[in-house]
Write a protein that binds this ligand. Structure first.
Ligand SMILES: Cc1cc2nc3c(=O)[nH]c(=O)nc-3n(C[C@H](O)[C@H](O)[C@H](O)COP(=O)(O)OP(=O)(O)OC[C@H]3O[C@@H](n4cnc5c(N)ncnc54)[C@H](O)[C@@H]3O)c2cc1C
Length: 556
């Protein structure tokens, strides 16, 4: 058994940022990551990170845009913190060595982004996540943070209501290990892979949300799934919002810039939920092009595309066979981001003492019913830092409690229960089926019948999952076993999404109910909460915090 002050699950931006803070506090923090940390999905972030840096902008404007973008479901006190602290964090990133693109005066350049009333998205061309994650990794090395690479956490160990460490599977040996700690921080990113078409990495399977549920924590606002308007049809690869921020248009099969009908003022730069619904409507009403619409960048010219969107050009050539300098790129909406997640306070604390969460897996809540582009890298940094301080304070004032003697044996028994089955359904086929159900029943347009049918199908898959069998019984890098462990969590998360979506009888942000097409502030200015009681999911509610901005109709 190894012992650390703090165990952080996840080596993406949020986990790394938190680890640096723990290390600055003189604590021994370790990061456990199922993939090599610099391969975390944060590395794929393209468009940028928001902060009100200029005199002509203000954190209050940023906060208003975020509240409006959230369709008034984001907690305004949390949003104020995010926007107020953003400039400090950008400056700190720069001091750590992050390279940002520059404007002609040499200041950090900022581009327009969807739903924002001011160009406030800082970027490095279209590779912002890559730039930030690698800088953060250098800081980890500098602070001598201990890393357990390619260790997959299968359980957060909780005894008498307090988190005491984790059990992790070392992929290269197949061995289970105990990591004992005073506190645990979950920073495991999103769950995009529960859908078929997604921009998310293979590793974005939402493990941490499932681990948190099992540990007794609550999930919040799970029905809100962001569908990004511009992903490639076959692979789901993202074409950043920066394409539209730099002036790209969306066209239908008649060559019309159809967004002028849905968001007359800002057109392609409306918030993502609005643009995705518009595209889906065009496609369903027969004005699509082979199940897509067209993202036209040609008028930007080769020089600007090469300077500002070089990765987009190569991705479009390699994965869609289209050079955007010469032809428009066929795109459609795809699952992109988890607005909901593990309920935390501003310092990352969940409702379970000693258990913290930050980044995309957490719900503070700053995104409400729809996240603005550029706000989630920011959330990972601001609330990663804050959670790093929160979890450090907790572990400084609490001693190391005993690690339950049976925890390892129980985890080993659960793993053996999967590996020893002689025959059964294929886990890969079941995973495909789950993703198909989520796509068909919990997509951009929802209604009670579709959702309840989806829930029924999903519960059937959960039952059948108990009988899946592996074809690979090996110990070394048993990827099939890993996928089964991931699938167990994905099924839980999918059920939580559907439960919240059935319950919320209104349309708000990304959650659009064709049977309740209007927002209903009278009954639904509240968050949904999901917890596990005796293996069953229970729903609860929590009021939204409103400070300055009273709900208004959202128009773009
Ligand atoms: C293609 C793409 C582009 C994006 N572009 C932008 C953008 O331009 N601007 C913006 O603001 N946002 C963007 N986002 C969103 C943003 O990148 C993410 O929300 C953010 O980076 C998430 O960071 P994170 O640290 O929470 O998680 P991640 O970076 O996803 O890291 C998760 C970590 O958890 C680990 N992990 C997971 N499960 C386990 C387990 N069971 N055991 C051990 N380790 C585990 C993984 O190994 C990984 O290290 C984009 C997202 C995508 C998919």
């Amino acid at each position: 058994m190894v012992i650390h002050d703090i165990v952080i699950i996840g080596g993406g931006l949020a986990g790394m940022r938190a680890a640096i803070e723990a290390s600055r506090a003189g604590l021994d923090a370790a990061i456990v990551s199922k993939i090599y940390p610099v391969r975390s999905h944060s590395v794929a972030a393209q468009g940028g990170i928001n902060a009100a840096l200029k005199d002509t902008d203000s954190w209050e404007n940023h906060a208003f845009d975020t509240v409006k973008g959230s369709d008034y479901l984001g907690d305004q006190d949390a949003i104020e913190l995010l926007c107020k602290e953003a400039p400090f964090d950008i400056m700190e990133l720069e001091k750590m060595g992050a390279i940002f693109s520059r404007d002609p005066e040499g200041r950090i350049a900022q581009r327009p982004f969807g739903g924002a009333g001011y160009p406030r998205t800082c970027y490095l061309a279209d590779r912002t996540g890559h730039a930030l994650l690698h800088v953060m990794y250098e800081q980890l090395v500098k602070h001598e943070v201990v890393l357990y690479d390619e260790w997959h956490v299968v359980k957060v160990v909780v005894e008498d209501g307090t988190a005491r460490g984790v059990i992790a599977l070392e992929l290269s040996t197949g061995k289970l290990h105990r990591l004992h700690s005073k506190a645990v921080l979950i920073a495991t990113g999103g769950y995009g892979r529960v859908f078929r078409t997604t921009t998310n990495a293979l590793s974005s399977t939402g493990d941490g949300m499932g681990l948190a549920l099992d540990a007794g924590a609550e999930l919040m606002d799970m029905e809100f799934v962001q569908f990004h308007p511009t992903v490639l049809k076959r692979t789901g690869i993202l074409m950043t919002e920066g394409c539209r921020g730099e002036g790209g248009y969306l066209l239908n099969s008649k060559g019309e810039r159809f967004m002028s009908r849905y968001a007359p003022k800002v057109q392609e730069l409306a918030s993502r939920d609005v643009v995705s619904r518009a595209e889906q409507t065009e496609i369903e009403e027969g004005r699509g092009v082979d199940g897509c619409v067209l993202l036209d960048l040609r008028h930007l010219g080769a020089d600007k595309i090469n300077r500002k969107l070089p990765q987009i050009r190569s991705l479009a050539i390699n994965f869609a066979g289209v050079d955007p300098v010469e032809k428009p790129i066929p795109v459609k909406p795809g699952a992109h981001y988890s607005m909901g997640g593990i309920r935390t306070d501003f310092d990352g604390a969940t409702t379970v003492p000693g258990l913290y969460a930050a980044g995309e897996c957490a719900c503070v809540s700053v995104h409400g019913a729809n996240r603005l582009g550029g706000n989630s890298l920011l959330e990972a940094i601001v609330f990663g830092r804050r959670a790093g301080i929160g979890v450090s304070n907790f572990s400084e004032s609490n001693g190391l409690l005993p690690f339950p003697a049976t925890a390892l044996k129980e985890a080993a028994f659960e793993v053996a229960d999967i590996t020893k089955r002689d025959s059964g359904e294929s886990p890969a086929a079941l995973r495909e089926e789950m993703a198909g159900v989520m796509e068909a029943h919990s997509g951009i347009f929802r209604d009670r019948t579709r959702l309840t049918d989806g829930l029924r199908k999903l519960r059937d898959i959960r039952e059948r999952f108990k009988g899946v069998a592996l074809t690979d019984r090996g110990d070394y890098y048993n990827n099939e076993l890993l996928q089964v462990i991931e699938l167990a969590q994905m099924l839980k998360i999918s059920e939580a999404i559907l439960l919240g979506a059935v319950e919320r009888e209104e349309s708000r942000g990304s959650h659009f109910r064709t049977d309740f097409p209007l927002r209903n502030d009278k009954d639904w200015m509240k968050h949904t909460l999901v917890s596990l009681k005796d293996g069953e999911m229970k729903l609860g509610y929590k009021a939204v915090t409103v400070t300055k901005f009273q709900p208004q109709e959202r128009k773009y």
